[in-house]
Design a protein around this ligand. Sequence first.
Ligand code: M6R
Length: 611
Amino acid sequence: MCGIVGYTGSKMAFPIVISGLKRLEYRGYDSTGVALLNDGLKVYKKKGRVADLENAIIGKDLHGHTGIGHTRWATHGEPNDKNAHPHSSASGKLVMIHNGIIENYAQLKKELVNKGYVFSSDTDSEILLNFIEEIKENNQCNLEEALRIALKRVTGTYVILLLDAENPDTIIAARKGSPLVIGVGKGEHFLGSDASPMLEYTKEVVYVNDYELAIVRPNELILKNLGNEQITPFVTKLDMELAAIEKGGYEHFMLKEIFEQPSTINDCLRGRLDAAAGTITMSGIENNITHFKNANRIIIVACGTSWHAALLAEYIIEELCRIPVEVEYASEFRYRNPIINKGDIIIAISQSGETADTLVAIERAKENGAIIFGVVNVVGSSIARISDGGAYTHAGPEIGVASTKTFTGQLAVLVMMALKIANEKGTISEDRYKNLLLELEAVPEKVDAILKSAEQLKTIALKYKDASDALYLGRGYNFPIALEGALKLKEISYIHAEGYPAAEMKHGPIALVDENLPVVFIATKDLYHEKIVSNIQEIKARKGKVIAIITEGDEIIPGMADDVFFVPFADDIIAPMLSSIPMQLLSYYIGIAKGVDVDKPRNLAKSVTVE
Ligand code: M6R
């Protein structure tokens, strides 16, 4: 949440900062601002998107070789010009951008107000900045020292970048709980919430850790801890190309990412799955195989779409590996007092690897002796780094706020994990194991076939775009897909939608059914097919409109449903990877028809780094 960018070097900072902000807009887009250091400080900020700021500053002085920029997802204070970052200190000599939440801001504010400070915004960030300045002036110390003292008093999360009018070419940064990447160039440095702002300039990056402070100059990068001890920066080589973060001819990132799935699933399987040889190679599992084989239980923590993948993983792992699995919302798990036994395995599922609740949940579990296994997309992210083992989804950067290709990537990884463990434990028959490997191998081709029929979903979307509510129903392995379908529709089209197990409908939601209610059934050919056919009848008997996602060759449901969409046949465990594709496309086309900015729907941010 909130995107931060910085540059110091021989180039003009503004173009680098502004294009970096465009790439980080997925993290929040309530307001935008930049500060440039060039013989004094210049600050420009505006409510709205990066484009709104660009329009507002035409003709202004944008010179400066050092600059910082911020795109905001509002926490404290509504989105408006005065709450936009960067904030200036009372003296005007310091400016700061901040991503995170200062939890004890009220106490700090009280202290500052007693000393006569007046604030011009409603943000916690402006309070922190003035707190730092107050320490600097009181102690007659430099900014770095003042920051170190201030951070010892702060509770909450932050990445902050500071400029000091009296300290040319220098950006001072600190991190706790939110991501910060520093790109190392020749005589220049780049800073970002992720590596996307620096991709065309350098592939060498340093991931800053919690409680670290960075002093960044064109030719110098000093990393220190809060105890003022110097740390050697660990430089990592980025394995990412610019094309991966561009739209590549698609109208929206979301559409591009939906259509990338045949290749992202392939990337996820490549080097791991060898159906002909009957093997799955996953070093993260292999290194922890004894733990997995002996595990008394597995707890999976996640949020949002990743939580839906977790729910599916529960069904799959319990069926194939016969290990009890519990699925927890990370935000609940971290605050209740769960029983965690030494040796319990906690799987954290996260696209970004930075979700605050998931991160803290696994930190707590780790303290209690659990083994942490991360299923993460973003390489080098916080969750990936604190996990004891893990498996990347290899879906590439996902820019659209709605998770699409990373969801199917998570499912592919989780199925492989379950198969690997089950095979090692001997809880799966040889025939089923081999058959599932072949089924998994065939997924990219089947997804490709589904995408070729995408236009049919556009037609269905136009029919239902004006609905005010929708129900999504599925049974067994398709129940988590019903939840995910409903989430996609809500976030991308603003239509209220609920997902339920189809049989649960009779216990309440059926009261909503009338001739205006679209009900999406995920009804592929599986164990429950006859049961779900009955559920469809129950909806039709009450005049509901049925849209059914069904398996090719199904001759029963087309006679009952108002609209159908066919997907290729797959084993029950594999079918969700296919049926999730029409869920994504239906939401996308409805969102577009309603004029929603599907890549940046209101109020949302891609990476939820505040709790
Ligand atoms: O990065 P994470 O997977 O940890 O994010 C968790 C949720 O915020 C995320 O899955 C969110 O629900 C989706 N972007 C919605 O499409």
